[in-house]
Design a protein around this ligand. Structure first.
Ligand SMILES: [Zn+2]
Length: 258
């Protein structure tokens, strides 16, 4: 049933394991990040530096108010001292907020990840890796996207549903997700690319068409940085205009160039 108790146990065992990435989804909106942070700030071996990465710094205050006793709005670069030997830092999914964040982080909690497109999610992930982050916890509020860019990270998947504590909410959230027909939509796609599922799309320069094109990947799109750094031949992209198969993944433009 994906109850609080089960989710809590799964988060604990993730913290004790060798696994690095966790994806926490489910219908218990506004509760999942609370549970994740609460377990981290009591069970991860202290002293520890924890970074909470929200969709904006002002939102972080609201999100954290249910987890810690905030005396003033949190600011980037200034840790909140938490009993038990934890330092809790705050920034946002926008790279401009990352400068003041500590160069070493033990646990990074990103929330809500439906605010991130594939390229932004991949960039956030790589930034946490560059801070030697041991545990990267990606948490959704509403599962309004498929989070396909996390697949190659092979995350431990934990689901926390409202079914047990609030069955009406559980049902309502599932119904509203079902109605979201544009779950992974990319805006401004040309007609020739529109019938391809968005999780397979990438932009590149097609040597045959001699033009920028949308192409279909052999795997789910992992994000621009991961794609650029992948070994030759792991990713193959077929031009959706002419059918030419490209393998120069270090050259591809990504999904969200602007
Ligand atoms: Zn082509």
């Amino acid at each position: 049933m994906n109850t609080r108790e089960e989710a809590s146990k799964a988060i604990s065992s993730f913290l004790d394991s060798d696994e690095r990435v966790m994806l926490l989804t489910g219908t218990h909106q506004h509760e999942k990040h609370v549970l994740a942070l609460t377990v981290v700030l009591t069970e991860f071996t202290a002293p520890a530096t924890v970074l909470f990465r929200a969709n904006s710094v002002p939102n972080a205050e609201q999100f954290l108010s249910r987890v810690v006793d905030l005396k003033s709005p949190p600011k980037t670069g200034i840790p909140l001292g938490i009993a038990g030997g934890y330092k809790l830092f705050v920034d946002s999914i926008r790279p401009t907020s990352w400068k003041a964040s500590p160069s070493r982080v033990d646990v990074g909690v990103t929330y809500p990840i439906e605010s991130l497109n594939a390229d932004e999610g991949d960039e956030c992930y790589h930034d946490l890796v560059s801070r030697k982050c041991k545990k990267i916890i990606l948490v959704s509020c509403t599962d309004s996207r498929d989070f396909f860019w996390t697949e190659h990270l092979e995350p431990k998947r934990v689901v926390f549903d409202a079914e047990e504590e609030n069955p009406e909410q559980h049902k309502g959230v599932l119904q509203s997700i079902e109605k979201m027909t544009y779950r992974n939509d990319i805006s401004g796609l040309p007609e020739y690319a529109q019938s391809t599922p968005p999780q397979f799309l990438v932009q590149l320069h097609c040597d045959n068409c001699r033009s920028g094109r949308w192409a279909k990947l052999n795997e789910h799109y992992p994000g621009k940085i991961t794609l650029r750094d992948a070994d030759y031949g792991v990713y193959v992209a077929k031009c959706l205009k002419c059918g030419y198969e490209a393998r120069d993944n270090y050259n591809w433009y990504g999904q969200h160039t602007d």
